[in-house]
Design a protein around this ligand. Structure first.
Ligand code: B12
Length: 210
């Protein structure tokens, strides 16, 4: 088993006492931080599946979430910052009713390291706050995170509210999170979907260019 596979397993089995030390060692010995993030995300997916199968409960979700936050703080400084891309402010939020912010925060870290400016509206974000931010900053991209099937309904509401405010023609909407797919994203009124933070940054760049 490779060390990255070990990291996935540690998160999945919540055997996390030494995970910070191991991740620090991996990064110090030159492992790509994006690969470490992928390994961790894979472990989080397994935590989600076990929760669905009633093998894990809320306590385990919380522990997994806290571990992710702790180790992400170790990884963050290793994501190399590229040159600043001026005037490209991305508005990022987790939709209303949704209190998952780990994926959003990873996307933000990736955007920052790719040279974008980011306005983080946090989680459980009401659509009004999003509309105001787009208007105030003339943002060209809104990136929304949504982890719950129940809160996907917020996406068309945000689309409609942007239209009603006369802003929709000038702003692209990209979404991401576990229950979504490209097909669903389009159906819900978004312009694009990112499967993970790395894909998200690539697509946001393309949205700004296109
Ligand atoms: C950790 C966790 C929690 C933590 C969240 C802590 C936090 N601060 O974020 C806590 C314990 C709070 C929690 C609570 C709940 N959770 Co929860 N949780 C998870 C879990 C295990 C991991 C999520 C995570 O952080 N993954 C790691 C990150 C890195 O991945 P990610 O968020 O998917 O983000 C990546 C990509 O999706 C993408 N991405 C994400 N957003 C965006 C946005 C854009 C624009 C782009 C381009 C890309 C992108 O990039 C990210 C990085 O690569 C998931 C399982 C899963 N597989 O998702 C369940 C999961 C999301 N939770 C679930 C549930 C049911 C709940 C609760 C309702 C449980 C309960 N009974 O109370 C509550 C809801 C609370 C609320 N109102 O939001 C379900 C949702 C089912 C559904 N389809 O609706 C899941 C899928 C578990 C499951 N399989 O059943 N949860």
């Amino acid at each position: 088993m490779t060390m990255l596979e070990d990291i996935t397993k540690m998160i999945a089995e919540l055997d996390v006492d030494n995970i910070a030390t191991i991740i620090q060692h991996e990064l110090d010995t030159g492992t790509n931080p994006e690969e470490v993030l992928r390994a961790l995300t894979k472990g989080m997916d397994e935590v989600g599946s076990r929760y669905e199968r009633n093998e894990y409960f809320l306590t385990e979700l919380v522990l997994a979430g806290e571990t992710m936050k702790e180790v992400f703080a170790i990884i963050k400084p290793h994501l190399v910052a590229e040159e600043q891309d001026d005037g490209k402010l991305i508005v990022v939020a987790t939709v209303k009713g949704d209190n998952h912010d780990i994926g959003k925060n990873i996307l933000i870290a990736m955007l920052l390291s790719a040279g974008f400016e980011v306005l983080d509206l946090g989680m459980d974000c009401p659509k009004e706050k999003i509309i105001d931010a787009v208007r105030e900053h003339g943002a060209k991209v809104v990136a929304l995170s949504c982890l719950l099937t129940m809160t996907m309904k917020e996406i068309p509401l945000i689309d409609e509210a942007l239209k009603a405010a006369g802003l929709r023609d000038d702003v692209k909407m990209i979404v991401g999170g576990a229950p979504l797919s490209m097909e669903l994203a389009k159906k819900l009124g978004a312009d694009d979907y990112g499967a993970d933070a790395i894909d998200g940054v690539r697509r946001i760049r393309a949205l700004l260019e296109g």
